[in-house]
Design a protein around this ligand. Structure first.
Ligand SMILES: [Zn+2]
Length: 284
């Protein structure tokens, strides 16, 4: 009997210890530029083994840092702060529009000239484009409203690089060359595009898809990105979230194909022009 009690005690202790050491997948661990409550819910419900493993690794890493470090209230800010520290260590420079501006997209972009409350850092590399939706509220949310909401969260300002309105107008968020705040853990190599709407309910307009295709084509050209499932992704591909909604997410394969076709057409056009030039110079 005594040994049975001991067994029960050990078992209880083991369960208690494992419960404490299991990472609680809290919003603060997983958070990114959370746009909507349904995304937050998805974040909190994150439960796949892979995510738990990731969080566990992160936790271990973090616990090696100053344990007493107080986390800011805003989850995104916590990310930005920690990444900011890392970035500082890696020698990332503060964005200077005079010398760091990205090449032009060659498209009409509505400039917004937002003021950011913290210095923006130059993104060291770009090999992925992340597509988002607003989620809640539904409908047509301007970049200015997202900027205000993200400021209210205590962030530096809008986290996306672009916002595509229902009528297809592309608005600028952050400057293209800087580190965004839209996909937790992936901001240092990605560009974030928000297509406004709630695509769990709505369907993107033709104008939005046309602008998205043109914009992603331009970004692939600028950064020499090969369009594919590893380079043009939905937010849900990199974080635990429903974003960009099922009705936009299911259009991503078509988007990749269209972008590939556009790039191919541009290349052919380039070759054709070269040939013409050669022909002209060869002509007596
Ligand atoms: Zn998103």
């Amino acid at each position: 009997m005594k040994s049975f009690m001991k067994f029960v005690f050990v078992l209880t202790a083991a369960v208690a210890v494992s419960a404490f050491s299991l990472p609680s997948v809290s919003a603060s661990e997983q958070a990114e530029a959370v746009q909507s409550p349904n995304q937050t819910a998805a974040v909190q419900n994150a439960s796949s083994k892979e995510q738990v493993k990731k969080v566990k690794q992160k936790k271990t890493k973090k616990s090696k840092k100053k344990a007493a470090q107080v986390r800011p209230a805003s989850t995104e800010k916590a990310d930005t702060y920690q990444k900011g520290q890392a970035a500082h260590d890696d020698g990332l420079s503060v964005y200077n529009p005079e010398k760091d501006a990205a090449p032009s997209e060659g498209l009409v972009i509505e400039e917004t000239n937002f003021h950011f409350t913290e210095p923006l850092l130059v993104r060291p590399k770009t090999d992925m484009i992340v597509i988002h939706h607003v989620g809640i509220p539904d409908g047509d949310t301007p970049a200015s409203a997202i900027h205000r909401a993200h400021l209210a969260n205590g962030w530096a300002g809008i986290g996306y690089h672009y916002v595509i309105r229902k009528n297809g107008v592309i608005e600028r968020g952050r400057p293209l060359a800087v580190v965004g705040a839209h996909a937790y853990g992936e901001n240092y190599h990605t560009v974030g595009i928000n297509v406004t709407g709630n695509f769990d309910k709505e369907v993107p307009t033709d104008a939005q898809m046309k602008s998205l295709t043109e914009l992603v084509t331009a970004l692939c050209r600028i950064y020499h990105i090969d369009p594919g499932p590893a380079t043009i992704v939905g937010h849900r591909d990199v974080n635990s979230t429903d974003c960009p909604g099922k009705n936009l997410y299911r259009l991503l394969p078509q988007l990749r194909d269209d972008v590939e076709l556009n790039l191919y057409a541009e290349k052919l056009k380039g070759i054709h022009l070269l040939k013409l030039k050669k022909y002209e110079t060869e002509k007596p």
